[in-house]
Design a protein around this ligand. Structure first.
Ligand SMILES: [Zn+2]
Length: 51
């Protein structure tokens, strides 16, 4: 699984926060973005099922 660390401004306070695969948690205001904003799709049952 790829791990991509990104830095982006917090939407609430504007502080630069680092995140993994598009997910991040702000250390200043505590904002955590939703998983759906990440760059990776969530694994699905089909991904783990034997084809
Ligand atoms: Zn913040």
């Amino acid at each position: 699984m790829d791990a991509e660390i990104t830095t982006m401004p917090c939407r609430d306070c504007g502080a630069a926060v680092s995140g993994l695969n598009g997910r991040y948690a702000c250390g200043l205001c505590g904002r955590v973005n939703h998983w759906s904003e990440g760059s990776n799709k969530l694994p699905t049952a089909e991904d783990s099922a034997d084809a």
